[in-house]
Design a protein. Structure first.
Length: 156
């Protein structure tokens, strides 16, 4: 597998890369992974980069701050994300995972590599338990169908 270059990722379209500085919400990371797998924009999947954030240098060009996650947090995030991709995404997802060095020796950057899928994946949210197709992580829940009370899944 070729090495991931964070500088090169920063120069790509933002629709293919999601930067998560400290991964405060694992559910949001799983929703983004699901959206990248569905690839409604036909971009070829995407990357969820945990422990780094996109900034701008003095000239205004994209730059990366390699904050990193400590070993305990990295293991927790990786385990929770992969577990939720197996148990709460239908059909299951198994993103590739790579660790990159951070600015500090005691931290690492976690990258989930999400190839585009030929299938439509749905994320089941814990509160509702209702599957929902994810093509855009920022899109609100679809309105329920009046007859069945179930959400209408767009783009299927």
């Amino acid at each position: 597998m070729p090495k991931i270059d964070l500088k090169e990722l920063a120069s790509r379209e933002n629709e293919q890369v999601e930067w998560k500085e400290n991964v405060a919400d694992v559910e949001d990371a799983v929703a983004t992974i699901t959206a990248f797998a569905n690839d409604l924009a036909n971009l070829g999947g995407g990357y969820v980069v945990c422990g780094a954030k996109e900034t701008r240098d003095a000239a205004g060009f994209p730059a990366i701050e390699r904050i990193g996650l400590d070993a305990k947090r990295l293991a927790a995030v990786e385990g929770e994300v992969l577990d939720r991709c197996r148990k709460r995404v239908d059909p299951q997802l198994a993103p590739l995972v790579e660790e990159l060095p951070a600015e500090r020796e005691d931290r690492r950057i976690l990258v989930f590599i999400v190839p585009a899928s030929q299938r439509v994946h749905q994320l089941r949210h814990r509160a509702r338990g209702t599957p929902r197709a994810r093509g855009n992580a920022d899109r609100p829940d679809p309105p329920p169908d009046r007859a069945s009370g179930r959400p209408v899944l767009y783009g299927l």
